[in-house]
Design a protein. Sequence first.
Lengths: 405, 405
Amino acid sequence: MSAELKLAAFELAERAKVAARQLLRRDRRQLVLDAADVVEKRAAGILGANQVDLAHASDQPAAFIDRLRLDEKRLRAMAAAMREVAALPDPVGEVVESYARPNGLRVERVRAPLGVVLMIYESRPNVTAEAAALCLRSGNAALLRGGSEALQTNSAIAACFPEDAVQLVSPDRALLDELLQLHEQIDLCIPRGGPSLIRFVAERARVPVIKHYQGVCHLYVAADADLAMASRIAVNAKAQRPGVCNALECLLVDVGRAPEALPRLAAALRGAGVELRCDERALPLVAGGVPAMEDDFGREFLDLKLAVAVVDGIDGALRHIARYGSRHTESIVTRDAQLAQRFLNEVDASCVLWNASTRFNDGGELGLGAEIGISTSKLHAYGPMGLRELTCTRYVVRGDGQVRT
Amino acid sequence: MSAELKLAAFELAERAKVAARQLLRRDRRQLVLDAADVVEKRAAGILGANQVDLAHASDQPAAFIDRLRLDEKRLRAMAAAMREVAALPDPVGEVVESYARPNGLRVERVRAPLGVVLMIYESRPNVTAEAAALCLRSGNAALLRGGSEALQTNSAIAACFPEDAVQLVSPDRALLDELLQLHEQIDLCIPRGGPSLIRFVAERARVPVIKHYQGVCHLYVAADADLAMASRIAVNAKAQRPGVCNALECLLVDVGRAPEALPRLAAALRGAGVELRCDERALPLVAGGVPAMEDDFGREFLDLKLAVAVVDGIDGALRHIARYGSRHTESIVTRDAQLAQRFLNEVDASCVLWNASTRFNDGGELGLGAEIGISTSKLHAYGPMGLRELTCTRYVVRGDGQVRT
């Protein structure tokens, strides 16, 4: 571990820490609006940088190149998303709670920025703009560590924001390793990416980490379910966008209704092009189904594939989800309010739904305005993280000379 | 690392995890009340176990033995504290936020237990009872890892609670090391103790940790301060109970008022038996003061010793605190509301006070009812942690068949 790298990481993080303190006194909405203007002004430069990244990626698959590519339209959408973040209400300074104590002390809990946020991601360059806007709007300095494939594009975008408050970090694992030790400078690390990246971060970090792990989402069709509704929800949850974390990965059907429900659900899902991987009890009821492998349960397919199992009532469903779920999103279809309530209470997931598609666990859909990701960590933020989740609350106490007796 | 130890840790934590799921359906208030009754019924057994621990500690200092010792009166106080925790409102199920989306989905954010809490502590046996009561009342299973000096007493107390839901963990560093890896079973670790314990935990843990570090608390006396108030607050903050984390460790006096203020503050503090360790500018103004050593700033004395410095206005005070504070508790004395507001906004600490003693950063004093500790971590909980801070919020969504378009 080189001393030079250690020093580089320290200086980077220390600059961010100083910038975070200065942000407390600046107009953070205006800073984001200004950055959006700069993005549009520098459109040609950003698109040029993107061409350089694209040239290096020419032997990659088409989907990869599509994610990486920017054009005029995507750039305008990026600036528009930044302006939407600027327009959101300021979470900083919000008084969450306020009361007086018998001795006259006036106590408030007030939202404050976390300080310095280290964001690790691998996806599209617009994440750079959105994460920077979300951090800045909530008063946090951002260290952005995107993937090497988008380095030139990300640099050009990050340079549109105030320097020090938004810094792009070179995609070097040894440097990341050093940054993850700096718990005096960095208040939060958000890793978004594959399980191996998140494991790397979780194993090494001495800074607090909010993990954004995969979604192994289940839909439990209870014995009394409206089957038309169940089919509609299953098809939407699985097939509308199979590659995302709130897509359905496993269908659980109650044993009491399976003979009627499964053929109907299976027909609808197969009609949407979904391959059905069935456990022993489901297989005979699913025309065209294939036997599930051992590891198909608990698996995030991110594809038009679905695990299917028959379960023994609500207890069977809860046991299955406790064993195979990833605490992301779980849904039940039933007409029975009491049964639904038990599911909603006892399933441990960042978002639990009754008679609705798993696809709704999303910052935009839940009304947060924008999100920096969906946390599967239970501490601090559980579920979609918006501006509010990038703050903490502090106690602010006003007195007139009170001392403790 | 022995396979047997790994397995023992896994089984322990897995039992806690299963118990936590069962707690969701039990009357948690009643469980705590029942445990309080059992503590009283088993008084003789607990005091007998305490005699065994005391016999082993006979060569320890008197203060150590006093902390370890239980008697009838302390036991009754312990049971009373448990009943107070039982009487607190249930945080679980609290609807924090509730709204409808344009598509008719009804969204709630609802409090749920974290799951399994691993508490590490070294202090008095009553912490065992209080931590167990707080965890149980908030629906969490507790793994309690107290110090070896109190092992027999802690075992007897922990056995008054439902087994599996409250387990005492043997004080063995290798076992702790294994437990800290079990991020699938353990949702939160709270280490309370010396910096070396907390560092050990922070370095090894793969489970989320909320740190309860030391308090290096400052009082800034502004140029316009009411000096009678400032003296009263300084003496209370430093001398009322010097050994605790919200005690004052450093006095900052504005350069514009120092010639008048310092002699007066110093006289009051010396009158309370406080040794004053002064920087170069403070020393000539403090009769009987001694020169501060380099490391007296940023130091948690936990004793009748106080670092004293002259600072250049609010900016000097903010710089000093940013450099030497520990994010615990910071206070300002001033008549100027604008100046106070700047201090309250820009100082980063779990509790910031205006015209009040630092001693008020305490769960009981701030009205939380009871506390499991004071967090200096910014994520999840910042400041005193009560029942609410032992929960997370989840999204609960109710629909009538909505799918995403």
